[in-house]
Ligand binder design. Structure first.
Ligand code: NAP
Length: 249
């Protein structure tokens, strides 16, 4: 096992837009970073390779976060190689737009499995070591739809709302152990998740609805996640922080 000066970071969904930017932000700040992916091996490895080329300490790890055994095994592999995870970013997610009455049992279950079960399995797996060390930090990536509710995204909104409630309850439970748990709730961020779902016209409409009259970037969200992990945010826990250009106030 290697010893590191800066905390070991696990970013789930680092093969995607916000996850990759978050992994880059931590890695370039000197943290050893685990870039987790599910099906995007090439994307995760390309990101890791680019970061190692800049002198960063990174590794990639694959797991389906809907499966608690795979999560447990991933955390064990990280602990055996580098040691315990100090900062967990529960970022992985999926999106789907569908009328509520068209949602199948599988749609509903899958949405909760990735967002809620996945965050639960990851947090449960890293917390024993954090509690033992009396320090640690968890940042959950929710959505503004988890705050306000999104039409044709009821299952997504419900899962993201659950993540916000989980953030608050867990922050109360592990605060006395020196562990902070926070949540970011992004607005419309330009990543594949959105470009897959919306055409250019819809994205323009969303831009117009945003008081700052622009869409967010993955880096906008990554900077907030990073801030929440730092000593400057040392008195912040259990909070839901919007990164949404004023769309939800
Ligand atoms: P993205 O580019 O589509 O990336 C999603 C990530 O989640 C990918 O790395 C994907 O892995 C991973 N993932 C999906 N299913 C998984 C599973 N079963 N097990 C493990 N990992 C899985 O999305 P993004 O826009 O960066 O979104 C990141 C987070 O921000 C999500 O939680 C999303 O809900 C939230 N968010 C996004 C926006 C936005 O406007 N983009 C707004 C609010 C909130 P693979 O690609 O490797 O399969």
């Amino acid at each position: 096992m290697t010893t590191h000066k800066k905390g070991i970071v696990l970013v789930t969904g680092a093969s995607g837009g916000i996850g990759r930017a978050t992994a880059e932000t931590f890695a370039l700040a000197g943290h050893p970073v685990v870039l987790h992916y599910y099906s995007g091996k090439e994307r995760a490895e390309a990101a890791a390779q680019a970061l190692s080329g800049q002198g960063c300490t990174v590794m990639t790890q694959q797991a389906d976060l809907r499966d608690s055994v795979q999560v447990q095994q991933m955390i064990q592999r990280i602990e055996q190689t580098w040691g315990p995870v100090d900062i967990l970013v529960n970022n992985a997610g999926v999106a789907q737009q569908k009328l509520f009455t068209d949602l199948t049992d599988a749609d509903w279950r899958d949405m909760f499995a990735v967002h809620v079960d996945g965050a639960f399995y990851c947090a449960r797996a890293v917390l024993p070591a954090m509690i033992h060390q009396k320090q640690g930090c968890i940042v959950n990536v929710s959505s503004m739809w988890g705050q306000t509710g999104g039409s044709c995204e009821v299952h997504y909104s419900a899962a993201k709302g659950a993540l916000q409630a989980m953030t608050k309850a867990l922050a109360k439970e592990v605060g006395p152990s020196g562990i902070r748990v926070n949540c970011v709730a992004p607005g419309v961020i330009v990543t594949e998740m959105n470009t897959r779902m919306f055409d250019a016209e819809t994205l323009d409409g969303l831009r117009e609805e945003t008081p700052l009259e622009k869409l967010g970037t993955p880096e906008d969200v990554a900077r907030m996640i990073y801030f929440l992990s730092t000593a400057e945010a040392g008195f912040i826990t259990g909070q839901i922080i919007g990164v949404n250009g004023g769309m939800v106030i």
